[in-house]
Unconditional design. Structure first.
Length: 100
């Protein structure tokens, strides 16, 4: 599935089912657009993301001048996305499981 379509489904679920605030939606949108850029830069598809790729993304985030709270939120956004994608069977496995 295309990343943008997966994101639209994810945000709809956040908004409708989880009643996420507009601030949460904005923050997650920003966080996941950064992940989208990283995917594009590495020429990877969403379906090819594995644990090693997530670890490289996290290393990339840590190399940026972000505050700890921002890093934790970006990580939470990504975990939530992949949890959703596996629950909806868009992906067969969650690459974020058991990563600290």
């Amino acid at each position: 599935m295309e990343f943008d379509l997966a994101l639209r489904k994810f945000f709809l679920t956040l908004k409708v089912e989880r009643n996420a605030s507009p601030a949460t939606i904005r923050a997650y949108t920003n966080d996941l657009s950064f992940f989208r850029q990283f995917l594009a830069q590495k020429k990877r598809l969403l379906t090819s993301v594995d644990r090693l790729f997530v670890r490289s993304y996290l290393a990339h985030l840590r190399s940026q001048p972000y505050e700890r709270a921002t890093l934790l939120r970006k990580w939470a956004s990504l975990r939530s996305l992949f949890k959703f994608l596996t629950r909806e069977e868009i992906l067969t496995a969650n690459p974020c499981i058991n990563l600290p």
